[in-house]
Ligand binder design. Structure first.
Ligand code: NAD
Length: 344
């Protein structure tokens, strides 16, 4: 297949591009290297891909329809399917920049649907989020929840993206699958996310800030499990001759408390965390937990990596990337493996 992949330089996008290229698909990546985190990190994400003959990257902005046109043209032939992952992804920064989030995540998403229609591409997979489950959602979250009370501007933009996707499908018959990812982690994880931030600070002997009383919990999903789900969904949409609208949760389907997460990271690093407790943050969800039975039945989705195993792998990756930095600071590089404490 020829696949246009927005957000290809990011954490999930670069892993997905690698998987698709490895199995022989042609991938045209699209990304504007948004400054949310440094370009140099995204260039590292792309390092392996740049060497592949079946990968090309077009630098451009979702909010500029002409840039998307360039990407379709660069594909040099008919694009079979678009995977739309590009977005402004953080929850907390969205509180301060709701207009930017709406521009990129809503207008940008509609621009993608528009460009697909003009190019007669009737198949799209769209990255949504567990954040769409809001104030009145019942845990574990199921796809038939109304999702009518989002807790942050980011959440509202992802829900709006899903709704625009439904409208696009209804009016034009486009086949669109919205995938609700539950906190994804693994090598190259976004540096703003908790696992990455805590690992860095604990390894460096710095204080970490924890919001609330530590009892909030998250459903964490190992990157390879997410990529399995995305690829299964790409193949499902690609097979069909008629367009369907679908929504799936992709999560690990188990929960870990904030305290439990910090314990695991600290144990993996062989350190004692220095914690500053802070008040709960507006916009944060108390709990996330995916019911993945629908994705299990229809996509064969079955997450495999337990959080204790995943944290060990993540910390191992982080140490391999940042060992020299630790040494330069006179700090010991932790030696793994270790025995993870039971998740709590
Ligand atoms: P990421 O920030 O690493 O990747 C997103 C990419 O989109 C970045 O490379 C960025 O440069 C690009 N981008 C941003 N604005 C753009 C624009 N205007 N034009 C073109 N490109 C632009 O984030 P990620 O963690 O890989 O997330 C990928 C997708 O999955 C996002 O849609 C995110 O909302 C969603 N998601 C992620 C998680 C998670 O835990 N990582 C959870 C739920 C949903």
């Amino acid at each position: 297949m020829k696949i246009l992949l927005t957000g290809a330089a990011g954490f999930i996008g670069s892993h997905l591009a690698e998987r698709l290229c490895a199995r022989g698909d042609d991938v045209v990546g699209f990304d504007n290297f948004d400054a949310f985190y440094p370009r140099v990190v995204k260039e590292r994400n792309l390092a392996g891909l740049r060497a592949r003959p079946n990968f090309a990257l077009v630098e451009g902005d979702l909010t500029a329809p002409g840039d998307l046109e360039r990407a379709f043209t660069a594909a040099g032939g008919k694009v079979d399917l678009v995977v739309h992952l590009a977005a402004l992804a953080g929850v907390r920064p969205s509180l301060a920049q709701p207009v930017r989030y709406a521009d990129v995540n809503v207008t940008g998403t509609v621009n993608v649907f528009d460009a697909c229609r003009k190019r007669d591409v009737g198949k799209v997979v769209f990255a949504s989020s567990s954040s769409v489950y809001g104030a009145d959602s019942v845990v574990p979250f199921r796809e038939d929840d109304r999702c009518a009370r989002p807790l942050s501007p980011y959440a509202a933009t992802k829900r709006a993206g899903e709704m625009m996707a439904h409208a696009e499908h209804h009016v034009h018959g486009t086949g669109i699958t919205c995938l609700r990812f539950f906190t994804v982690y693994g090598p190259r994880q976004r540096p703003d996310l908790a696992i990455h931030k805590f690992t860095r600070s604990i390894a460096m002997g710095k204080q970490i800030e924890l919001f609330g009383d530590g009892s909030t919990s998250r459903d964490y999903t190992w990157i390879d499990d997410i990529i399995d789900g995305v690829v299964a969904s790409v193949d499902q949409v690609a097979r069909e001759s008629r367009g369907h609208f679908r929504v799936y949760n992709l999560g690990g389907s188990k929960t870990t408390t904030l305290r439990g997460l910090v314990d695991m990271i600290a144990a993996a690093l062989g350190k004692t965390p220095l914690v500053a407790w802070k008040a709960e943050q507006p916009g944060d969800m108390k709990h996330t937990h995916a019911d993945v039975s629908l994705a299990g039945r229809e996509l064969g989705y079955a997450p495999k990596v337990e959080i204790s195993q995943g944290i060990e792998r993540f910390v191992r990756w982080w140490c391999s990337e940042h060992g020299p930095e630790l040494k330069a600071l006179g700090l010991k590089v932790p030696t793994l493996p270790y025995h993870a404490p039971e998740p709590r």
